[in-house]
Design a protein around this ligand. Structure first.
Ligand code: NI
Length: 167
């Protein structure tokens, strides 16, 4: 087990498009376990491999209150989406920043599990939002990209300042 370093916005590596995973190996399972440890320690409710500088298509999510419902999605794909919902989001790569983002209200997702078996899931509410947010990371998008230019500049400025202060 290991805690992984989370990239912080506006790090350019967050804009990398992740490759599909050809085979679910022990190495992938180990990465999922390290990502889970990193997410729980942060603490956060979702993490994409992109955020720990591994540019492969894997995301993990746990939106449960007890933090005992870890879900892993390998090569996730949104098959269908429905409705619209505006909700406040945050991101472990954008610490301390929260803002409203429009997402689909309900999504149907297909992915592989840690055994390499395909599954489908219908998700709405926080789980649905979190899955959409994490899949965005795999495509090289951060939620801040949906905000106005002015807000993006303010956030960049604030985070760069924070990074200088903690160096
Ligand atoms: Ni995020």
């Amino acid at each position: 087990m290991a805690l992984l370093k989370i990239l912080h916005y506006p790090d350019k590596r967050l804009y990398t498009v992740a490759r599909p995973i050809n085979q679910v190996t022990d190495e992938i399972r180990q990465l999922a376990s390290d990502m889970a440890e990193t997410m729980y320690a942060a603490p956060g409710i979702g993490l994409a491999a992109t955020q720990v500088d591994r540019h492969i298509q894997m995301i993990i999510v746990d939106v449960s209150e007890k933090r005992d419902d870890l879900r892993v999605f390998i090569n996730p794909e949104i098959l269908a989406s429905e409705g619209e919902a505006l909700g406040e989001e945050g991101c472990l790569s954008v610490p301390g920043i929260y803002d409203k983002v429009m997402r689909a209200e309900r999504v149907r997702v297909r992915a592989l599990d840690l055994q390499g078996e395909p599954f489908e899931l219908e998700a709405s509410g926080l789980l649905g939002v979190c899955i959409q947010h994490e899949i965005d990371h795999l495509m090289g998008h951060v939620f801040v990209d949906y905000l106005s230019r002015l807000k993006q500049e303010r956030i960049k400025h604030k985070l760069k300042k924070q990074q200088r202060e903690t160096m």
